[in-house]
Design a protein around this ligand. Structure first.
Ligand code: GLU
Length: 507
């Protein structure tokens, strides 16, 4: 049996959408499950759509997610340009493979499966407007090509003259007339399309001596020995052409799987950046700043753990057939199967993304979370060496259940690291009565733990709620928040008394 080889073939036209990350993930899971290779190829033959920084962004995103390519990208996260035993098909950027494709285009012409087209853009524009005037749409196909300027209609000598003298000709695929193209998709099953509905796509352009997506894609999948093409459903309309191209070359074709779209949380349609901006969730793995200087949210910068993000994405369009929702990457590799990938689009639920993060946060050790908390504490002016990792870990143990992100820790635990510098006025109005705070202060002086404090209040038959609320106001600046015993334990008796002195002076 042939070794499984799949590829993720992004075009560097902007930041990677989370739908693209899911495509890469399913490719990766499929490869690993079958003991195969996951290859990265950069499809950058459309120079008009090239966006600087996008390629690096895409690779950095995959690496952050733990989707590690076997081929095409080196240990430093660079796209490989020179062939080696590990990267035998380099370069992996199509713009650098430019010289490869022309002969394949010409091979198809020689076989009668493609032809040279000499129509100028003005001529094509004219044909388009003429059709429009008649209420029709112009399509370059089996019918219209008979009336256009190409190697099928012009005499041989003229073709040769034009090929030599002009630099704006193209090679077009000669789409057969009225032929049923019969295809199989691993997710969608059997599909049939009549070729008469399809157009004669440009395969290669003399102007920039570059192939179009279709030719480069098929040639490279063939040369790189790709066994399965797993990609987004937006490429399904190209499948008949790709089938016919394989047939024309006489090459064995890979199997195909077209993944459904990620859909908006509410309403219909494809999940877009605009939905994210409107509802306040990221659609990109990493933060991205475009040429206009506008920055979009990223899962990484918003505080999501990559394994939580990946787990959530895996379940968008695939299910294990059981109730299990939490999967590590290795568990996903074992459990994934193409026959449980759904045909219908998957609605994205931003709340579920948060739920996943909360679950992953809970699973992490207190110590690991404490390490992640340290930079945030530092940013808030806390001397973390003085506090000590042991203490910070104790605080994390207390608060982690209340948090979704490590970024939530500071607000939840601020009152442990700093004395309140102000007090919530409505709580002051409600609870700061002399008959309550005086005994509470006495109690604080007498007791060093929360348990002792409670016992003190109970034995003297003081009003428990009122006294406790005063204490909490003094310790945290508000009458709600963390438990008093926990705060007392974590800040120590001396600090409790200091906060009391402060409060009595200020209030
Ligand atoms: N370059 C295409 C894209 O950006 C790849 C399509 C494919 O995987 O065949 O989506």
């Amino acid at each position: 049996m042939k070794k499984t080889r799949v590829r993720f073939a992004p075009s560097p036209t902007g930041p990677l959408h989370m739908g693209g990350v899911r495509t890469a993930l399913y490719n990766y899971l499929y490869a690993k499950q079958n003991g195969g290779d996951f290859i990265i190829r950069i499809e950058d033959t459309d120079s008009h759509r090239f966006v600087p920084g996008a390629e690096q962004y895409i690779i950095e995103s995959l690496l952050w997610c733990g989707i590690k390519p076997d081929e095409g990208v080196d240990e430093n996260g660079k796209v490989v340009e020179t062939a080696s035993p590990k990267h035998p098909h380099a370069p992996y950027r199509q713009s650098q493979r430019k010289g490869i494709y022309r002969k394949y285009a010409e091979e198809l012409v020689a076989k009668g499966c493609a032809y040279y087209a000499f129509d100028t853009s003005e001529e094509l524009e004219r044909a388009r407007s003429e059709a429009e005037a008649k209420g029709e749409t112009f399509i370059y196909n089996w019918s219209s090509r008979r009336k256009l300027r190409n190697s099928l209609t012009l005499p041989q000598e003229e073709v040769e003259k034009l090929l030599a003298g002009r630099t704006d000709w193209t090679v077009r695929f000669k789409m057969p007339e009225d032929t049923v193209v019969s295809m199989d998709d691993m997710i969608r099953g059997h599909i049939e399309v009549n070729s008469s509905t399809l157009d004669d796509k440009v395969l290669w352009k003399r102007a920039d001596e570059l192939p179009t997506y279709h030719l480069a894609n098929i040639v490279d999948d063939h040369l790189m020995e790709i066994t399965e093409v797993i990609r987004g459903e937006e490429w399904l309309p190209s499948l008949p052409l790709h089938y016919l191209l394989y047939q024309a070359f006489g090459w064995e074709r890979p199997r195909f799987a077209h993944l459904s779209l990620l859909l908006k949380p509410v309403g219909n349609g494809k999940l877009s950046k605009r939905d994210g901006d409107k509802m306040g969730f990221p659609v990109f793995p990493l933060q991205w700043t475009n040429a206009e200087g506008e920055t979009s949210h990223g899962y990484r910068e918003d505080g999501y753990f990559p394994d939580a993000f990946i787990n959530m994405l895996a379940m968008l369009g695939w299910n294990p057939g059981t109730e299990q929702e939490i999967f590590t990457m290795n568990e996903l590799v074992d459990a994934f199967s193409m026959d449980k990938v759904q045909k219908a689009g998957a609605k994205f639920n931003p709340e579920k993304a948060k739920w996943y993060n909360k679950e992953y946060l809970r699973k992490k050790s207190d110590r690991e979370l404490a390490e992640l908390f340290i930079p945030i504490l530092k940013d808030n002016g806390i001397d973390t060496d003085k506090e000590g990792i042991g203490h910070i870990t104790d605080v994390v143990a207390l608060i982690k259940e209340r948090a979704t992100f490590v970024g939530d820790f500071w607000n939840i635990s601020k009152s442990i690291f700093t004395a309140p510098d102000e007090y919530v006025q409505k709580d002051v109005d409600k609870f700061w009565k002399e008959e309550n705070w005086k005994p509470a202060y006495e109690a604080a002086k007498a007791c060093s733990t929360g348990e002792e404090l409670e016992e003190y209040i109970r034995s003297r038959e003081l009003p428990m709620g009122k006294v406790m609320n005063c204490t909490r106001l003094v310790l945290t600046g508000a009458a709600s928040g963390l438990g008093i015993s926990d705060i007392m334990r974590l800040i120590g008796h001396e600090e409790v008394l200091r906060r009391w002195e402060n409060a009595v002076n200020k209030l």
